[in-house]
Design a binder for this molecule. Structure first.
Ligand code: SF4
Ligand code: SF4
Ligand code: SF4
Length: 123
């Protein structure tokens, strides 16, 4: 059967359900690094954060009884660094929206040119 691989990692939510759901306050938001962090000295391994994360991005490690999630590798994401085909980029959220606008504008201008070419052809 043909498969499709769609990696989904932690979105570092601004208003993080995992943070809100942790009964012992082991999860916090680091505004400087723009990430949601787990304090493993405080975590009791209850897995509430695993069940409330809407992205399935919190994982449970049965070996040490603690949870694990993407921590952005302290600002140097190794997944982005080692992806051979550069399918992963580490960018600012603002840059992502500018890039999307650029792609949308390009698509619109291409459609406009195609429509003009069609008009010429049918005239
Ligand atoms: S683990 Fe889930 S809920 Fe928590 S910050 Fe990441 S994506 Fe958001
Ligand atoms: S598993 Fe740890 S981090 Fe997650 S909700 Fe429970 S105590 Fe908090
Ligand atoms: S390599 Fe680092 S940045 Fe990439 S998903 Fe894993 S923890 Fe997150």
């Amino acid at each position: 059967m043909e498969g499709l691989y769609v990696p989904v990692s932690c979105q570092q939510c601004q208003d993080a359900p995992c943070l809100k759901g942790c009964p012992v306050g082991a999860i916090s938001r680091n505004e400087e690094l723009n990430r949601v962090e787990v304090d493993y000295d405080v975590c009791i391994g209850c897995r509430t954060c695993v069940s409330v994360c809407p992205f399935g991005a919190m994982h449970y490690n049965a070996i040490d009884g603690k949870v694990a999630k993407c921590d952005l590798c302290d600002g140097d994401p190794q997944c982005a660094r080692f992806c051979d085909i550069k399918a992963i980029e580490y960018t600012d959220g603002g840059d992502v929206s500018i890039e999307k606008k650029r792609v949308a504008a390009l698509r619109l201008s291409t459609v406009k040119k195609q429509a003009a070419a069609l008009d010429e052809h049918t005239a």
